[in-house]
Design a protein around this ligand. Structure first.
Ligand code: GLV
Ligand code: MN
Ligand code: MN
Length: 413
């Protein structure tokens, strides 16, 4: 059939997003749907039901990744894969991740109801625990699937309450039987909100990232000496929180000291015993460093680590550092990126080439096959927060770009 006129149904995409947004809805309009929580399970169950409604073969692998497969005319050919994630941050937004899954589903529904037969199979995917906020690191299950991370290490990762990722997978009934192991794949597309201000500022509808920055995560543990705050003089204290405060500011000034081309953030901290009248003796905090240049990020970390050790020694707060995770920067397949640019233009949408500062499962998929992403604007450039928002028109536009990228790519020999 003539497929160039096909378009997704924006109203149906909106309805699916709104229904998903009810699962873990927060009073301030966001979503709290942490990986492998009861809310994650509920959203997964709904997703699987929707896959089956359009005759997709649903499988779950041992990392809980959910795949929905539609056969191709030549079913032996490696498939085109596309999707994103269902989990959210604590008090996160209604679009991060889920737009890429519901947009992908909407493209599949459109293909299904129009009886379109593609040459290659199509596989929609929901990757488990993309955010990494409950169990570090992020993108862990595409990491295992691609062969970059080890399954048993992933299972052993614990949340703040000591729950293990593997056990939580089992608890919610999503430790599936299929091996989490890559298969030959022709191409991967991920549709996502931009999560930054660029598209909105430029008044563009579609972003075509040329790739994703590297992501390096570190965990820092400080040991101080707890004591009564009143009688203990200021001199001679070993205050772990004060040491952390100096370290956090050292991280904040790191990009300037490195002359840019990177960002550095401390986003999470635990302070113990966390009482107003006890000198803190146990602090844990995280460091996130990102750059397009992996070696620049590592040089920056070496400098910061030196700062941390100097501060810890001066304040008498022994330090332990874990180099938790490094995901290299991911330069996407140029042909596929160009296809996103061309497809957007053919559909009449304005488009802008850019770089992704946010991490995505597309990083690990880029190690498996030709990969590209499709971005739509984030209102006010806000993301990972409850006010995260994107217009319904833009949601629909991105899904149309995805649909037509899929049709072209799935008919490639
Ligand atoms: C993933 O959401 C990230 O932190 O970029
Ligand atoms: Mn995301
Ligand atoms: Mn995110």
């Amino acid at each position: 059939m003539e497929t160039s006129k096909l378009r997704v149904k924006g109203a149906r995409l909106r309805a699916s997003l709104e229904q998903m947004a009810q699962i873990g809805a927060t009073p301030a309009g966001g979503v709290h749907r942490l990986a492998l929580s009861d809310e994650d399970k509920q959203a997964r169950d709904l997703f699987v039901r929707w896959l089956k409604e359009i005759d997709l073969t649903a499988t779950v692998d041992e990392m809980g990744n959910i795949f929905g497969r539609r056969p191709g005319r030549n079913d032996q050919l490696p498939p085109v894969m596309f999707g994103s994630h269902i989990d959210s941050h604590p008090k996160g937004g209604r679009f991060d991740g889920i737009l890429g899954v519901m947009g992908a589903l909407e493209a599949m529904r459109t293909i299904h109801e129009n009886g379109v037969q593609t040459e290659r199979p199509l596989v929609i995917v929901d990757w488990t625990n993309e955010e990494g906020s409950r169990f570090a690191p992020a993108m862990v299950s595409s990491g295992v699937w691609s062969g970059a991370l080890e399954r048993d290490w992933a299972y052993s990762r614990t949340d703040i309450n000591g729950k293990k990722q593997g056990e939580e997978l089992e608890r919610i009934g999503y430790k599936g039987p299929a091996p989490a192991k890559k298969w030959p794949t022709h191409a991967y597309y991920e549709y996502h909100i931009e999560q930054g201000p660029t598209l909105e500022r430029l008044g563009k509808t579609i972003g075509a990232p040329k790739g994703i920055l590297c992501l390096h995560w570190y965990d820092v543990y400080l040991q101080g000496e707890a004591n009564q705050v009143g009688p203990t003089p200021m001199e001679g204290r070993h205050d772990a929180l004060c040491a952390a405060a100096e370290m956090i500011l050292a991280a904040n000034t790191l990009p300037d000291r490195m002359k840019g081309n990177m960002v550095a953030t401390v986003g999470e901290i635990q302070n113990g015993p966390n009482s107003r009248n006890i000198i803190p003796d146990k602090v844990h905090f995280t460091v996130d460093i990102r750059s397009w240049d992996d070696s620049h990020a590592i040089t920056a970390w070496e400098l910061l680590k030196k700062d941390f050790k100097e501060i810890a020694a001066r304040r008498g707060t022994p330090i332990r550092i874990e180099e938790t995770w490094r995901c290299p920067h991911a330069p996407f397949n140029e042909k596929l990126v160009q296809r996103v640019l061309d497809t957007a233009q053919q559909l009449g949408y304005s488009v802008h080439p850019m770089v992704s500062g946010a991490g995505h499962d597309a990083s690990y998929m880029n190690q498996v096959c030709a990969t590209a992403m499709i971005f739509v604007p984030s209102i006010g450039g806000r993301s990972h927060v409850e006010v995260e928002n994107t217009t319904w028109e833009d949601c629909e536009a991105g899904a149309n770009v995805l649909l037509h990228c899929l049709l072209t790519t799935a008919n490639e020999r």
